[in-house]
Design a protein around this ligand. Sequence first.
Ligand code: MD3
Ligand code: FE
Length: 203
Amino acid sequence: MSNLNGFRHIPNRFPPDEQAGLLGAVRAVVAAAPLYVPTLPRSGKEMSVRMTNCGALGWVTDTERGYRYQATHPVTGEPWPPIPPMLLDLWNEVSAYPHPPEACLVNFYSASAKMGQHQDRDETDFAAPVVSVSLGDDCLFRIGGTKRTDPTVSLRLGSGDVVVLGGESRLAYHGVDRIYPDTSMLLKNGGRINLTLRRVTKP
Ligand code: MD3
Ligand code: FE
């Protein structure tokens, strides 16, 4: 694997009872900050993933203003709700970074949703890792190197899995090729939730 130093996959980091606890916290976040339909800069093309955030800053995209972090929901104009304590605890355990995360992006995938290969580079502090939690249906995740043409590896992420993207993997291209429907009972109506904890600004 090229450029995957700093990549760590922790299968089943959260047992089923803690997954249910996290899901409850995510439902409270979504009640305060509804999922919205992100659109690509300029083209206005809708992404298939639905998004919201918690934390001081949220990652958003819309046609007019493009990719950015901001302190308020792009539709309601309200501040984002706080990051749930269970996720702050996870960050303290796995990030090896001495400052708290500022953003937690919540991605919801229906059975047909995907995320194309991209780099996460809207943050100004790449010293901190990105910490990801998967809930619900399994997905096929694919990660490459820091160049779009680098070779990629695919891996299946299941409910309760955690992925830590630090070091050289922090700027690796990555995406979600597919969802495997009906592979988890956590979400009554199926689908997948991904939570990503991020440090955005330099402390
Ligand atoms: C590798 N989310 O929100 S999580 C994203 O499953 C995103 O929703 C995917 O890519 C998802 O930007 C993948 C795992 C992940 C998150 C951030 C990364 C992998 C990463 C940052 C750098 C390299
Ligand atoms: Fe990403």
